[in-house]
Design a binder for this molecule. Sequence first.
Ligand code: SAM
Length: 282
Amino acid sequence: MSDDWYVEDYRGEFRVGLRVKEWLHRGESEYQKIDVFDSEVFGRVLALDGVLNASERAEFFYHEMLVHPAMVTAAAARRVLIIGGGDGGTAREVLRHPTVEEVVMVEIDGAVVDACRRHLGAIGSAWEDPRLELIIGDGAAYVAREELAPFDVILLDGTDPEGPGEVLYENYFYSQCRARLAPGGVFAIQSASPFLMREVFLRAQRRLRAVFADVRPYFGPAPLYCSGLWSWTHCSAGVDPLAADPARIEAIEPGCDYYNREIHRAAFAVPNFLRRELAGLG
Ligand code: SAM
């Protein structure tokens, strides 16, 4: 048994560690440190700049919750943009919706995609799907292009707001995403841990409210991430996240490990400690 541990350190105050069974990749790209290793509890794991990002066993919690609430509530779900998402899990979930015709994924770091295709094939099983167009580039620069045809759904699957992911947490970026949405479109983001990273979560809510008419955070477990409780946010101009189309949920539900109709409704319930803080945002 190896004595090697992968430890995520949160601001020098809190650590989460996994015993490394085997190192599969250790490298550094132009943008970040990229590690992939095998572990007993979570299977193969991707970590970026010291932060645990995705694991074979627990990725479904995160990817299903980022993707499906937006996909089943947007007026249409034909043309989808993913920003980030280099492990491929978000694209895989999007492509399970039978209405999807075109998915553009803009990931800044080709080295993440290469490492994940090589070692985390179980997560990104959609790379060969002809509906997927992968662009290696900055998602913020991409959405600033005015000539883009509108998207029904835009999903932000970025890293935390430090390093290359920082621009993806700014008002300007959010307003560019709003401008690229089709009528009835939905923009959904991962919005960090509302418990451990409360300021990051609240700042994102405040900024999103400045740009989108309807901003609805929702919650669920993410067992690999520091603190476990995670949040995502559903943003639109008048799309009620609780008015999901049951036929669209039915089409994907049997293939999900976490998401279903009941989870969809329950996830939008706001815990009291956050209700008060959200009311205080005005
Ligand atoms: N599930 C993960 C989490 O929240 O911990 C995030 C997964 S995904 C691997 C995040 C990806 O966003 C990374 O591959 C990173 O390279 C990419 N990324 C960061 N900044 C970006 C940007 N400005 N444009 C496009 N992709 C970006």
